[in-house]
Design a protein around this ligand. Sequence first.
Ligand code: SF4
Length: 797
Amino acid sequence: MKVEVSRRRFLQGSVALSIVAASSTASMNTTGKEKSKIVSNFGITKTTSKAKEIATLCEMCVNKCAAIARVEDGVITKLDPNPMFPKSKNMLCPRGNAGIQAIYDADRLKYPLIRDGKKGSGKFKRVSWDEAYEYIKEKMTEILDEEKDNRSTFLFCAGEGMAEHTFKTFYQAFGSSNWLNHASLCLQTVVSGYGVTLGKYPAADLENAKYVIMAGANRAEAIVTPDTMDFFKRTQKRGAKLICVDPRFTNTAAKADQWLAINPGTDLAFVLALTYVVLEDELYSEKYVSENFNGFDEYKNMVLRNSYTPEWAEKITGISANNIRTIAREFMINAPHAIYYPGRRSTFSKNDFQLRRAMAIFQGLGGGVDVKGGLVFGKTLKLKGHEALEPLYERAESRAVDKKSNRKKGESGYSDCAIISGGGSWISWRNRFIEDRMPYKVRGMFIYKHNPVLNMPNPKKTIEMLEKMDLVISIDTMPSDTVMYSDVVLPECTYLERTDPVKTFGGTQPSIAQRNKVIEPLYESKPVMEILKGLTQKISKPIFEITKKYDEDVKEEIADSSEKEVYDEFDLTKPFMLSQEELNEHAVHDYEGAAEALKKDGVFYPDLKKYYKRLSLNEYQYYTDNKKSYSINEGRPLTPSKKVECNLENLATKGIDPMPIWKDEYNFSVPEGKFRMITGRHAQFTQSGTANNVMLRDLISENYLWINKRVAKQRGIKFDDIVEVSSSIGSVILKAYPTEKVGPKVIFFVHGFGGNSESLTWAYKQGANDNAVIEDTVEPVYGSAAMHETNVEVRRV
Ligand code: SF4
């Protein structure tokens, strides 16, 4: 990024520790020699008698483990695990340890910026906060005036994080109807599939399970959290059996008792065949089913009538009928202490929603719902809400969707997908926008902690969307690929420089935890709370003037009362008047001593003092076993009917199959000479968000193409050869890794690499971006991105 900043001002912004000074050099076209100097400098850990320890929460991935930050002379020198948090059990993974680099990354966004060149050129000029706010105000009032106060002319989108709530507060007060978050690129189908079938997306009590099927969930590699460690260290050690179902021989497969190499996208056929065996042989829990199932007979008849036999599934999945029979029997022998692991991955194929329904029903057949050793819902400690501002703007249009008119019964209601969830369908929304299929003009966009250019299929289309927007405002910590296409960039401070909204963590051992500010924000960065406070102070009144001009309701209300009274309901500054610390104190007001404990220890639950103790070198007790919330609903689901819902007729009215069935269209064919592209995650990186972290890049610096060894040999491709992977939407270049760990018709490379932002010293053009070749296939129920529906070609370059 070419920022107009004098050398002198730049140095004023830096702090004294050597790692920071060394890293600062990196932003100025770092040489290879300088890079290695930076790496070696991370070995420095000062220890002085003045060291302070502050309890906080990690943000290097979604798990939010508790950490203790050591601060010396105003500098964070060490992050350690905080043993008091039941969710993280005294663990801080390598990625969590590398969080220190998030603060001292010289590439981070330091000052407010306004674009000073073509979008994507990376040319920005440094401005003051007031200048940035003023610029937004000018453009925003112009747009809203032209669009006659249609607040929905601004799209708001956000990535996952504890402060997403704060940003959403702004969206609600602003009055737009267009909100998109990461859900349709992430967990939408799994959360909804389990939600409608069992009443809630459950947790898995892996600690007490005896038998676990992990299908498409790569816990040993994709997300190494304390639960993962516990499972492989303790649960397996005491004899629990793990079946891994995955097209790749992953680290999870390596640790499993059995690995079944399934054809990608055919898990639904596998689960239906397991179900067939259980129904035909009557292996299910008759008591549980008769008391807790709705639509069981219809489901049973459907599965048996369709002959979803293991032999049928073998042809589709590639898993032998014998194996399917054995696993079905073993699962039910161990039920209810058997888990078909729900997983927490994105949508891979078009049938993902129905797959999750079938998995939830299969789990229910063994009675392993709301029970120790099975799937659990757990308890949640309630937080006090605070008043939200959600004014009604008469001119604000409803969410920009493409609703079908004259739709017949049983047909989907929308052109893109059957149901529009709160988080929306990112791909569908983007594609409609660039194809001019919006019901009204959307011209502006706020992006918070989100990198849609890298994180969703077909980046060319995302870039087209950003180029077409009149005003793009990004709030972020790093100069991501998306930031490069923004008009205004507002630098958020990193997670160790801010207090975030207090959060309640449900589960068998519920608790509340708080991310406390460890050091003051570096440079001119601010927490999103303060960014929005400053912004709303600048824009609130000017944009209310536009509302006054076009909103007939507001005009009438002013005539009936006074402008001051009416403005009071539209005052955007209101949600940001209190500090985050004050809001947090209010949220836990009902729990005696909680506010103080959260500041001091970062963690609170009512009986902590009574139960928390160290049991051995690295084992802690949080609740005694009889106080853990394994069962909160007497073993029943949490659906309104309190039953496992097999046959949901209301889905049929929306054009969705009421029961999970296999359809011919799910058969994916790979033409001769091509490969099905699959992707996944790696424990060292959180999507593209940590791609520039030099500590992590030291562990894995680029992604490799997994290609079957024999196929590679036939094509003359050797390890480290440069290859091109291309699909109908684009191509990428990366290095080859011929291996027997993937089948002959499948290729794989991990997500999170291949960024094009020149401002990211370490991430720039390292490896390949999977989304640059993944076609934008929309899953039909929620419009999620179906990531494994692309055929690609591979050639040696
Ligand atoms: S699993 Fe690792 S990266 Fe994720 S929150 Fe915990 S320590 Fe941080």
